[in-house]
Design a protein around this ligand. Structure first.
Ligand code: HAM
Length: 417
């Protein structure tokens, strides 16, 4: 074959895109109900933004970014996640000067150079939200509730919410020291990943899937929280309980990005091999300042849409059947052939979904097309009908057929006459 797509990328063909549109429409609809508004930021940003925002020692910055120099000699990076760009835009456009909070959402591709496996791609899509401008724990709960509502309404079953508090940088520094005391004596029996993480980011060691058996007595960050962090966490839990959002506390949950403070959470579900995290997020009270803006707190999430779609397909619970056509026009004869395009255009302008044959096929083949498109009606125009200004309209589910004046076709399909 001449050209093939790059590893870790996908073509979504018609059929698959029906599911994608269904999922994206749900996300937009729910955001409207929660009063989040869309923001669109560029697909590439300066490399420094991600270094600062996501964190120098994260896997993303150390080994997963698509970084290149443009012809002007700038170091650019394809966005590996959405938060840094949104916060950059928030600062650059001074959204903090507005009287209300910035409640923002985005849907779009992200890029990470990762090892390809089921549910892990190099170009993937996130539905994300960012609420910037309040430390109120009710907002953390609202963001979690929004994500949970999304999964519920697209029809995903068995989604679990895990939450933790990762405290403030000061809390984490104290906990890190305690944790190192626990980990150092075990260093030699831990896996290679853990050994290197002990030096770089010990909190992430507890996340390791293979070494869990060694961590039973590990200290919990929740015991190291200061009063303010503990109070915030208690309130988030109370708000979630009030909203009937089921959640579990996972004191070992540490996210792969550096900007989190206080609440960290993940959405999990079974159905894509080894991967069970389908979305994640948390609060980031230091990020806006880190990027050069005023000291504004934020909270948000990013949900992986490939993972959502994969599990939907696995559970076969997607309501993603192709959108049916309202009408398929069949022409028989030369004069009718000519008239059909004019009619079709009128139907489409009247708001109906409509199509015709362009392959010069026989009536039977055209009727089969109408079936494949799940057309509600077929309208059959022969030269004789045309001469009398009428068309035969057949309702496909009942098989009922009647003659309709050409000028009234759209109204008849809409059920107006
Ligand atoms: P993240 O945990 O890095 O967080 O990514 C969020 C979600 O994106 C993951 O749970 C997963 O579903 C999806 N995802 C990540 N990498 C891949 C991949 N290579 N292939 C397929 N799906 C993937 C963030 O990105 C944060 N910006 C979330 C956030 C927003 N926190 C606060 N606001």
């Amino acid at each position: 074959m001449a050209f093939q797509k790059m590893p870790g990328t996908q073509d979504f063909l018609p059929g698959a895109t029906d599911t994608w549109q269904f999922v994206e429409n749900k996300a937009r609809d729910i955001c409207r109900r929660f009063n989040f508004r869309e923001i669109r930021t560029p697909m590439f940003e300066s490399t420094d933004l991600f270094r600062r925002g996501v964190g120098e020692t994260t896997d993303i910055v150390e080994k997963e970014m698509y970084t290149f120099e443009d012809r002007g000699g700038r170091s650019l990076t394809l966005r590996p996640e959405g938060t840094a760009g949104v916060v950059r835009s928030y600062v650059e456009n001074k959204l903090y000067g507005e009287p209300d909070l910035s409640k923002l959402y985005y849907i779009g591709p992200m890029f990470r150079y990762e090892r390809q496996q089921a549910g892990r791609y190099r170009q993937f899509h996130q539905f994300g939200v960012e609420a910037i401008g309040s430390t109120e724990p009710a907002l953390d709960a609202e963001v979690i509730a929004l994500g949970y509502t999304f999964y519920t309404e697209v029809g995903l079953r068995g989604v679990r919410v895990e939450i933790n508090s990762v405290g403030t940088p000061a809390v984490r520094a104290a906990f890190r020291a305690k944790l190192l005391e626990f980990l150092e004596p075990k260093r030699s029996i831990l896996c290679k990943d853990c050994q290197s993480r002990i030096d770089r980011n010990p909190l992430r060691v507890l996340d390791c899937k293979t070494d869990q058996k060694h961590f039973e007595d590990a200290p919990s960050i929740l015991d190291s929280l200061d009063e303010e962090c503990a109070a915030h966490f208690e309130k988030v839990k109370a708000y979630l309980t009030d909203m009937d959002i089921p959640f579990e506390i996972n004191s070992r949950l540490v996210r792969g990005l550096d900007y989190y403070t206080h609440t960290a959470f993940e959405f999990k579900a079974e159905g894509i091999g080894a991967i069970d995290t389908i979305g994640g997020g948390g609060r980031y009270n230091g990020l806006v300042g880190e990027i050069g803006g005023p000291d504004q707190p934020g909270v948000g999430f990013g949900l992986g849409l490939e993972r959502t779609v994969l599990i939907l397909e696995h559970q076969q619970s997607g309501e993603a059947a192709a959108q049916p056509l309202d009408v398929y026009l069949v022409a028989l004869g030369e004069a009718a052939e000519r008239e059909v395009s004019r009619l079709l255009h009128g139907l489409r302008r009247a708001g109906l979904t409509a199509d015709r044959d362009y392959q010069g096929r026989k009536m039977k083949a055209q009727m089969k097309s109408a079936d494949r498109y799940s057309a509600r009606f077929t309208a059959i125009l022969g030269d004789d009908e045309l001469a009398s200004g009428q068309i035969a309209l057949k309702q496909m589910d009942t098989g009922e057929q009647r003659m309709v004046p050409l000028a009234e076709l759209a109204a008849a399909i809409k059920g107006e006459n």
